[in-house]
Design a protein around this ligand. Structure first.
Ligand code: ATP
Ligand code: MG
Length: 397
């Protein structure tokens, strides 16, 4: 028996497939993380049943990628990915198999997986199926390809990035042959779509051993094939000398964009095809950090940055050892700002027009901004009557 709620919930699926005469097991990351006693977030199920057979057995299914053999089985309000055992062949573009073939053998399915620690399966009663000695590598904390590293990385070059992110997530070491192959084949990473690279870098940046993983990217030359990283070897070395392991993924992007000093931060992040929302947020953080260095944390800067961006910038500043304020102190100072947004200002454009008895114009925006600053810096209280007196005294109307 597997004593874990996620596996328990999925047991009925395995049992039903087996009852129908098929083989069904847990595979991949969930098995690895379960053995490592790390949190398991989702379980993947592999089966000898073909997708159409899986769909016959379960009433509620969603086609996730029939050509890859994946069907989502809905059970008890949750979805479980059930994937048919398959082999892949002919990777003529270093990233995708030319053909995927469904097979009835679990061994063949495990053999096509990237690393030994990811190529284990577990049966319903908790028995481990481990033809490539993944458990031993888990114990030794080693990342080793299944079979020839040169072949496996030539098939799909993204696997080299996956190795780097597992180093960051698990704090493992690279097996020697695996590492040598990476040094030789790093260039193949240029064939990989940037979205897939971003996915792995994000996981690397979210892991706890970023230093070690980034050092590996430098040592193997893989960094060269990451957008905007090409000429940054020295800066990357500077980055890993900072205590970066405690940063979040977006804080890591903030630090990277800050240290690389690209002409345009948004353009650098855009090369990674991040969402516009994310790009904006990170770029705002870089801007806040630069201003903080020149001006220190003052009310207007805190206000314009907003709480989350200010906290991220403060955290990165603390890693750069450049701050007189901790993240908590910066948050506290933000919370004690007299206003947090323009909406909270006790005066509007309509008030100004009424007071000035003049038509609308660019003067309104300017006057509101001045009033906003005055309130923030506590030159005037955030009360309509006080603000009116203040704008009149300053001849702003
Ligand atoms: P995570 O915890 O991030 O989900 P994971 O190991 O489950 O880690 P997934 O991307 O979810 O990673 O992939 C599930 C499994 O599929 C892996 O454990 C591995 O066995 C296999 N796999 C994924 N990507 C590849 C690849 N590029 N080449 C070979 N096998 C792969
Ligand atoms: Mg997974």
């Amino acid at each position: 028996m597997i004593d874990h709620p996620f596996f328990q919930e999925a047991l009925p699926i395995l049992r039903k497939l087996e009852k129908a005469g098929y083989e069904a097991v847990f595979v991949g990351g969930a098995v690895r993380d379960f053995l490592l006693q790390r949190p398991v977030t989702d379980v993947d199920i592999a089966t000898s049943a073909e997708p159409f057979e899986v769909k016959q057995i379960f009433t509620h299914t969603v086609d996730l990628g029939i050509e890859h053999g994946t069907v989502l089985v809905l059970l008890g309000g949750r979805g479980f990915e059930v994937t048919t055992f398959r082999t892949e062949s002919g990777y003529s573009d270093f990233r995708r198999p030319d053909s995927v073939k469904f097979v009835r053998s679990l061994y063949e399915d495990l053999k096509r997986r990237d690393f030994t620690i990811n190529a284990m399966a577990m049966t319903e009663d908790g028995k481990l199926i481990d033809p490539f000695n993944g458990k031993e590598d888990l114990k030794k904390k080693i990342i080793r390809t299944v079979g020839s590293a040169t072949e496996r990385f030539s098939e799909d070059a993204l696997r080299m990035m996956r190795a780097a992110r597992f180093i960051s997530q698990l704090s493992f070491e690279l097996d020697l042959e695996t590492k040598k192959a990476m040094q030789e084949l790093a260039e193949l990473l240029s064939y990989i779509a940037v979205e897939r690279k971003l996915n792995e870098i994000d996981k690397l940046f979210a892991g706890t051993e970023k230093k070690k993983a980034l050092a590996m990217l430098i040592e193997t030359g893989l960094f060269t094939y990451l957008p905007g990283f090409y000429a940054q070897k020295q800066v990357l070395q500077e980055i890993i000398a900072f205590p970066i392991n405690s940063l979040s993924e977006d804080q890591m992007w903030l630090l990277t964009a800050f240290m690389f000093e690209p002409d345009q931060v948004k353009e650098f992040l855009g090369k990674w095809r991040m969402s516009q929302k994310r790009i904006k947020r990170i770029a705002k953080g870089v801007h806040a950090l630069k201003r903080f260095q020149k001006e220190g944390w003052h009310e207007v800067l805190l206000y314009e940055a907003g709480l989350d961006v200010a906290k991220d910038s403060a955290k990165v500043a603390s890693v750069l050892n450049e701050t007189t304020f901790s993240v908590d102190e910066v948050a506290e100072r933000w919370h004690s700002l007299p206003i947090k947004s323009r909406q909270e200002l006790d005066v509007t454009g309509t008030d100004l027009i009424k007071w000035a008895e003049k038509p609308r114009g660019a003067w309104i925006k300017e006057c509101l901004e001045q009033a906003e600053k005055a309130v923030l810096t506590q030159k005037v209280a955030n009360r309509k009557s006080e603000i009116e007196r203040w704008v009149r005294a300053c001849n702003l109307l």
